[in-house]
Design a protein around this ligand. Structure first.
Ligand code: ZN
Length: 154
């Protein structure tokens, strides 16, 4: 199995059986996102405790395999991490998906980085980049508890 096949396999697996699907009990932050070009919708819920740690995180939504896999991988990677670190991971991911070759973060182990790099295949397709980044922009919006929906076209 080459790297490309491995990446596709991980995406398909997360797309079919997303992790952290549902609504976090006692969430204290949430936000919605919409990618009208593809029809992807996501609602991210999280519980940030007084130590600024993402105690729990989940999402509800529907859309293409890339958008669902990306939300699944994202929630999986930031769960249990502190807010500052989570923000660094988000910034690193968005940078990688837009232009950088590699991830620079020291906050993820190799296994976790592989999961994120799976999504790097969308780079050359601007439409798919929106699918992959939707949940991430929505998470940033949830941190700020923004009430307006994230829209990839705005
Ligand atoms: Zn999509």
């Amino acid at each position: 199995m080459n790297l490309k096949e491995l990446y596709q396999e991980i995406i398909l697996e997360h797309g079919k059986n997303p992790k952290n699907l549902g609504k976090t009990e006692n969430f204290n932050k949430d936000a919605k996102g919409n990618n009208p070009l593809c029809g992807d919708n996501v609602h991210v819920y999280l519980k940030l405790n007084d130590k600024k740690i993402i105690e729990d995180i989940s999402f509800e939504g529907s859309g293409c395999a890339i958008s669902m896999a990306s939300a699944s991988i994202m929630t999986d990677l930031v769960k249990g991490k502190n807010l500052t670190i989570a923000k660094e991971i988000i910034e690193d991911f968005l940078g990688m998906i837009k232009e950088k070759e590699e991830l620079n973060t020291k906050n993820l182990n190799d296994d976790e980085k592989t999961k994120l790099m799976c999504l790097s295949g969308v780079k050359q397709y601007p439409m798919r980049v929106k699918c992959a980044t939707l949940s991430w922009h929505t998470l940033v919006s949830a941190f700020e508890n923004k009430k307006t929906e994230v829209n990839t076209e705005n």
